[in-house]
Design a protein around this ligand. Structure first.
Ligand code: ATP
Ligand code: MG
Length: 401
């Protein structure tokens, strides 16, 4: 039996009240981009579900794509049948027959969102269940744990049959929650933080601090590759801002007592990131920090570093263990890139024993002896902005909209 469409359930977006149309539109756009390689499909987006009409395209490949689109709760390959009992019987039989293997069990799960159909749920159960039992020798009913669960959904325009529910990733459609800047280091954590932010519907732009000649082109290439991976997940290009940070770091090394240099480095990074955020019209900064992981991520450090801005800092990994973060990095395919050896601008300048409990008053005093502002302005002005395309992306995708 060939399914003719895929029925997509929204899950969480359907709780978004009046914003729903906007969410549905964003999801439709994500689906359209992901399914661009299948020119014959048609997307029908409704208030509470979406249909992808296959029109002869490969359902298996499309299913693979849909499994990665944020905002999709679950989906089912389905068949549309006219609202007629005989047509329903016929299609149900054909579908179950095509899936049935010797000795398997089934059940019928009817749902009526439209109550005007001639059969009620009980009637559908008995009529279709009985018809299938009478026409497929060996088929048995098991309402608890059936091999085949025939879902029959009666709606006002038609009836839909499906036997499989495939889970989507959940979350919210990309871009539906606004834009935030991701501080992307090249380590394991920050790409995972970016992934989690995108899953909640955030559009991201990445910022990377780069300190040539102390950090090499390889370190930069790594961040470009990580951004590329994120762009692939995102389904569209991502801006990557590369900040020349050498002069600021050298000034810190010359001006700030060694055990506070890491604290000031982080404060300067945050200040610069915030300036870029402001220029780009984003409303938050995302980091890969996780509490207690390293000296800069103690509560005292965060309290002291965060002092430089009141922009919301989103820390998706804040309460996560490293092993769980690594698991996600592996799943989203960033781990291997993150594990490439490289020199981080922070590790190179990192003091032997950074303060784990830096104090605001102290760092303020140390920083007050030197005017960092011209260096900060210079770094912001000399940012190099790259538009990173996902690997598979072709420019003609843009013309679809
Ligand atoms: P990651 O694995 O993301 O590098 P980490 O465990 O190494 O994190 P830190 O090096 O303390 O932790 O960095 C904490 C966060 O600060 C990072 O997750 C990232 O968001 C940001 N960050 C660190 N270094 C850079 C950098 N060179 N450019 C941009 N952001 C950075
Ligand atoms: Mg790091």
């Amino acid at each position: 039996m060939n399914y003719d469409r895929i029925l997509i359930r929204y899950g969480e977006i359907s709780t978004k009240g009046r914003n729903r149309n906007k969410f549905v539109e964003k999801l439709r756009k994500s689906v359209k981009i992901a399914l661009a390689p299948f020119p014959n499909i048609k997307i029908e987006a409704g208030r509470d579900r979406m249909y992808v009409l296959l029109n002869g395209e490969d359902g298996i490949e499309i299913i693979e794509k849909l499994q990665h689109i944020f905002g999709i709760q679950s989906f089912s390959p389905a068949i549309k049948v006219e609202r007629d009992v005989e047509a329903l019987k016929h299609s149900a039989l054909e579908l179950v027959k095509s899936l049935y293997k010797e000795g398997q069990t089934f059940k019928v799960t009817p749902r009526r969102s439209d109550k005007t159909f001639v059969l009620n749920t009980d009637g559908i159960n008995r009529t279709i269940g009985g018809f299938l039992l009478g026409n497929i020798p060996g088929l048995r009913v098991d309402v608890r744990n059936p091999d085949i669960n025939l879902q029959i959904e009666v709606r006002s325009e038609a009836i839909y049959l499906s036997c499989e529910n495939i889970l989507g990733p959940g979350g919210l459609p990309v871009g539906s929650s606004g834009k935030a800047m991701l501080m992307l280091s090249g380590g394991i954590d920050s790409p995972v933080a970016g992934f989690m932010a995108m899953k909640r519907g955030l559009e991201i732009e990445a910022i990377h601090f780069f300190s040539p000649p102390y950090t090499s082109e390889r370190a930069k290439a790594k961040v470009v590759d990580l951004t590329k991976k994120l762009a692939e997940i995102y389904g569209s290009s991502i801006k990557l801002h590369i900040v020349p940070f050498t002069n600021v770091q050298q000034a810190i090394r010359n001006q700030i007592p060694e055990n506070y240099s890491m604290t000031t480095t982080r404060r300067m990074m945050l200040l610069i990131a915030d300036e870029i955020r402001n220029k780009e019209g984003a409303l938050a900064i995302i980091t890969g920090e996780s509490i207690g992981q390293v000296a800069s991520q103690t509560l005292e450090s965060m309290f002291t570093i965060n002092e430089v801005t009141n922009t919301p800092i989103l820390r998706p990994l804040i309460m996560m263990d490293k092993t769980d973060i690594i698991k996600i990095a592996h799943e989203i395919d960033t781990l291997e890139i993150s594990n490439r050896p490289y020199e981080d601008c922070c590790t190179i300048f990192v003091p032997a024993s950074p303060k784990t409990k830096p104090r605001r008053e102290k760092v303020q005093r140390y920083e007050s002896y030197f005017d960092f502002n011209p260096l900060i302005d210079e770094a912001v002005q000399e940012v190099e902005t790259l538009i990173i395309q996902p690997v598979e992306q072709k420019s003609e995708f843009d013309s679809l909209f």
